[in-house]
Design a binder for this molecule. Structure first.
Ligand code: SF4
Length: 448
């Protein structure tokens, strides 16, 4: 690359698709780039290296990635020195890797989720030897000590485990991220201690199923809680089949653990849950939900639902609607089933026409609106402790943050007397409940 020969700094553009695990990987990719001396740009047009970290969970995410790679053809023609890198879950699937390799000849480096740590070496080879590299080999070790370039000074995502052993029949994750493996509590606690001493106040523990953390998830939370300092802890994702009542007891007694439980149920029909290989029944799920609501008053519970799973009947769908009405989730992330090649569900008969799935989806949103509507009224009149994250997207000169219940709180910051409150805890008196957020004003007290 000419710039490199001239001693100028190269700039990287990193774009991430998909879930928080992918964003966490991108922070490591950026950390390795920074160690290699790269600068960063938010503008792909001026980048020397463009990296797409991809997601395999839904078909539309894949199409988006292909669209983005396709749009680089002119830039690459105009600047043959440009390096294009595609990595992440999507390329770990053989049919995708083959398509990328054969159709997008200008992609210089393709690598999967297992060889993230080899990125500097691979990129150096591509730059110096002008060699095209494809590496989707598997490696089931936990690699520690990769540098991390975090986007925020006050919050940090902490992976506690990688991969997944659950093989839900619709999901590609176990195939693209490999079998479940946990980091050790010592390493996780050491990392959090360091970050607390640097002023980080918000930790999100990441795993596809944090409840099956090999060394005991409830124990890990208790050890993190015991670290000195003022910070909050949340986690995702919880699998209902592994969530124990002991864990809820730990949350109930804690000062720092979030009172938000994201617990994906996926369907209200036991028949569909079995076809999905989820490992629990609706009744078992509801018993956890009730226990959590009794033990942790005010807890916020959210979920995921898939509509139009292969073989789902109107009766199954009605069971999902009934569940939404009785469970009264604070909110739900809803999806129409997306076929993933290589999974069990992709081989199941799927007679429901796409138009019917769309109708069901719309019907479900209406039921959800009604069942979750007013859920946030319970916070009106209360004072919530909120970590201020910056200006609200509402454009009304409000600030925004999240409460311990994971609720978005938009607030008028004027009572904070102009003090810089971003990245600090503030107390906000809630005056109004909206559909997806609550509104309030900051109280005079601003903690540390
Ligand atoms: S628990 Fe199921 S849905 Fe979640 S990542 Fe594992 S296989 Fe996929």
């Amino acid at each position: 690359m000419n710039k490199q020969l001239l001693g100028e700094s190269l700039h990287a553009y990193v774009r991430t698709f998909g879930c928080r695990a992918n964003y966490s990987d991108s922070e490591k990719i950026s950390g390795m780039l920074a160690e290699m001396g790269f600068g960063f740009t938010k503008n792909a047009d001026s980048a020397d290296v463009i990296i797409f970290n991809t997601c395999a969970v839904r078909e539309n995410a894949e199409s988006k990635v292909f669209g983005n790679i396709g749009s680089l053809v002119h830039q690459k023609r105009a600047n043959p020195d440009l390096i294009v890198v595609v990595c992440g879950c999507m390329v770990q699937q053989e049919h995708i890797m083959t398509k990328l390799h054969d159709t997008f000849r200008y992609v210089d480096l393709i690598f999967g989720t297992h060889v993230l740590h080899e990125f500097p070496e691979m990129l150096t080879k591509v730059i110096i030897e002008r060699k095209r590299i494809v590496n989707i080999s598997e490696n089931h070790k936990v690699i520690e000590d990769l540098p991390v370039r975090r986007e925020f000074a006050y919050k940090a995502d902490i992976p506690i485990m990688y991969g997944c052993d659950n093989y839900c029949s619709y999901c590609a994750v176990p195939y693209v991220r490999g079998r479940e493996r946990s980091r050790t509590p010592e390493v996780i606690l050491g990392e959090i201690r360091d970050l607390v001493s640097q002023g980080v106040k918000d930790f999100l523990l990441l795993g596809q199923n944090v409840n099956s953390f090999s060394y005991g998830f409830a124990e890990l939370l208790q050890s993190i809680e015991a670290i000195d300092g003022d910070f909050k802890i949340s986690y995702m994702t919880s699998h209902p089949k592994d969530l124990s009542k002991d864990l809820i007891d730990v949350i109930a007694q804690s000062e720092k653990i979030s009172h938000h439980l994201h617990l994906p149920i996926q369907s209200g029909s036991n028949r569909i849950l079995q076809l999905m290989n989820r490992g629990y029944t609706v009744e078992e799920y509801m018993s956890i939900l009730q226990y959590a609501r009794i033990k942790v008053p005010g807890i916020s519970i959210t979920t995921d639902i898939i509509v139009g799973f292969p073989g789902e009947t109107r009766e199954d769908f009605d069971a999902t609607l009934a569940l939404l009405k009785s469970a009264r989730f604070d909110s739900a992330y809803t999806f129409i089933y997306s076929k993933r090649e290589g999974t069990k569900a992709a081989e199941m008969e799927d007679p429901i026409p796409a138009a019917v799935k769309s109708e069901w989806f719309t019907e479900m949103l209406a039921v959800l609106d009604e069942s979750s509507g007013g859920a946030y009224e319970r916070f009106v009149g209360k004072t919530l402790r909120v970590l201020c994250e910056g200006e609200s997207r509402s454009g009304k000169r409000l600030y925004s943050g999240k409460s311990r219940e994971g609720v978005i709180v938009d607030f008028d910051p004027r009572a904070s007397s102009g003090e810089d409150i971003i990245g600090k805890f503030v107390n906000v008196k809630i005056e109004e409940a909206l559909k997806w957020a609550v509104l309030g004003s900051v109280q005079l007290t601003v903690d540390n």
